[in-house]
Design a protein around this ligand. Structure first.
Ligand code: APR
Length: 310
């Protein structure tokens, strides 16, 4: 039996994610969009590349949730993207309405799937998905840390003139300006970056990582990042479907880990076939812990706001 991966929303992030999944031969992909023609057109175009790119994944497009029936994974990328000057929180209410509706359909048509939430503001949308679907918290995972860590790797690679492949970065917290890059858990071929760069340079990289999404939004002038976000989601999906048990920072529901409860926040997670296999609870320093707490408070407050309004 081949894996079935549904991608809800066939815009920049959704379509690029579908392409990455197909080209990695992870399973058959169903692209869905609310606008008729977009998903079908992109899916057909993508499948027409199969002979050239050498993949066997089927790629189909649809507007009907009937076609996501029994998907193993559903990646949610539907909604509005950030425009210049907009924070992720500005997107909050609009995307909450969209994601609330999408998640009802997922719970109905693919009740055993694992949801990978990509739509922003990410942590809050993941928490909303849990509230709407009532799935096990092990099956709802937000894509944030994979992207934020990859961005940090890119900036370190630029600074040190080394390959990003050898860099392992760790970014925790909410996917927003309050994220928490952890330089002491960030290494180049096992060497902590604190051995390779001074504090001022590391702080500059941390700040650029925190504002990484906004930097792209400003350059693109319309729309937001999609190459790195889709790569982050594809890495998580691959770890789940191949039961690799990779440890990837993801946004998940905490139940006492890191001293936090009932909130989605980015932490190191072991990902396998059942979704969240384990949450790696680290001992944080006081400044790191207070940054994580602050991140969690932002998510909690905004989650309350959307639950009052939808
Ligand atoms: N159901 C299905 N699809 C929808 C719905 C809905 N209710 N509402 C909107 N869409 C579709 C749009 O028609 C569009 O094709 O979602 C797609 C969004 O695509 P883009 O506007 O290109 O946005 P994108 O860059 O892909 O970002 C999507 O991912 O990274 C996050 O912050 C980003 O929240 C944003 C999301």
């Amino acid at each position: 039996m081949r894996n079935k991966i549904a991608v809800i929303g066939s815009g920049f992030v959704g379509a690029t994610l579908a392409q990455r999944i197909a080209e990695k031969n992870l399973g058959d992909v169903v692209l869905l969009d609310i606008v008729d023609g977009i998903a079908q057109g992109k899916a057909l175009d993508m499948y027409e590349s199969a002979a050239l790119e050498k993949f066997s994944s089927k790629v189909t497009g649809t507007t009907s949730y009937d076609d996501i029936q029994d998907a193993d994974i559903v990646a949610v990328t539907a909604g509005l993207a950030r425009k210049p000057g907009m924070t992720r929180e500005d997107l909050l209410l609009k995307n909450a309405q969209i994601i609330g509706g999408v998640c009802k359909e997922i719970a109905d048509k693919a009740p055993n799937c694992i949801i990978i939430m990509v739509t922003n503001p990410l942590d809050i949308m993941a928490q909303l998905a849990l509230a709407v679907t009532k799935f096990s918290p092990k099956k709802i995972i937000g894509m944030a840390g994979a992207l934020d860590s990859a961005r940090m790797c890119a900036f370190i690679a630029m600074e040190l003139d080394v390959s990003p492949v050898d860099i392992n970065a760790m970014v925790l917290g909410g996917h927003g300006d309050s994220m928490v890059p952890l330089p002491r858990y960030t290494t180049v071929s096992g060497i902590p970056i604190t051995e390779l760069m001074d504090t001022e340079t590391i702080e500059k990289i941390n700040n650029r990582t925190r504002k990484g999404g906004a930097e792209i939004v400003k350059l693109l002038q319309s729309g937001s990042a999609y190459y790195a976000p889709s790569a982050g989601a594809a890495q998580m999906i691959e770890s789940i479907l191949t039961d690799s048990k990779r440890i990837i920072p993801c946004s998940v529901m905490l139940n006492g880990q890191f001293g936090l409860k009932d909130v989605f926040i980015g932490v190191p997670v072991k990902l396998g076939r059942n979704g969240v296999c384990d949450i790696i609870d680290l001992t944080l320093r006081d400044n790191e812990k207070s940054a994580l707490d602050q991140s969690a408070n932002v998510v909690k407050e905004n989650f309350k706001k959307i639950m009052r309004s939808i």
